[in-house]
Design a protein around this ligand. Structure first.
Ligand code: GLN
Length: 202
């Protein structure tokens, strides 16, 4: 099983380490690769799009011809997980809280409408303990950094966790997305959840 971490921008290293730790915990055969070329994407079972800046990630994906490739691979069974900016890149529709609607390159594989920077600026970043039944009873400590808010979800989208009645973790078939950063804590349960999803769809 091969999981790729998109190596464009953002917290790449943290996802790489957390995915390796999750593979060890699950005690399965698996490889984690940093990916940035078309050829790398072809051979993956799962792709993680880290948080960072969604306009940068989307623009570079487009320039490298990866936007259409990832979309096509997703339609053939590739599992994709986006955290924060990664979620934004996966979304069907986005707008910024201050700037409003501005076109940005998106994969459009996740049926959600997202408000970028919805909690405010860096100063308004925060942490919170979430109840995520899919991960068990123990609360999940979640780090929100200039996070988006999911304003609307399509009918095929399952909400895995809420914060203040707003979805913060969602799944639509092989697409998984979180507005927060599980790679920034030592809790690997979300990475394990994604790996299990990849195993199921393989
Ligand atoms: N605010 C960023 C964006 O809109 C996302 C921030 C993050 O990924 N931590 O792309």
């Amino acid at each position: 099983m091969k999981i790729g971490i998109l190596e464009i921008q953002g917290d790449i290293e943290e996802h790489y380490k957390a995915t390796k730790a999750a593979i060890n915990k699950l005690n399965i055969e698996g490889e984690v690769k940093l990916v940035k070329k078309q050829k790398d994407i072809e051979e993956l079972d799962g792709l993680i799009i880290p948080g960072g800046e969604s306009t940068v990630i989307g623009t570079i994906l487009k320039q490298r011809g990866l936007l259409d490739l990832i979309k096509a691979k997703y339609e053939k069974g590739l599992c994709v997980w986006g955290t924060c900016a990664g979620l934004i890149v996966m979304a069907k529709k986005t707008y910024d809280r201050v700037v409003g609607e501005k076109p940005q390159p998106l994969l459009e594989i996740l049926d959600v409408t997202v408000e970028r920077n919805a909690y405010g600026r860096q100063n308004e970043s925060f942490e919170s303990d979430l109840s995520i039944p899919a991960l068990g009873n123990r609360p999940f400590h979640a780090v929100f950094i200039r996070s988006p808010v999911i304003k609307k979800v399509g009918e095929n989208v399952e909400v895995l966790a809420y914060l203040n009645d707003q979805p913060v973790a969602v799944q639509q078939g092989n697409a998984l997305a979180t507005t927060f950063h599980p790679e920034l804590t030592y809790d690997t349960r979300f990475h394990e959840y994604f790996i299990k999803l990849c195993l199921k769809s393989k």
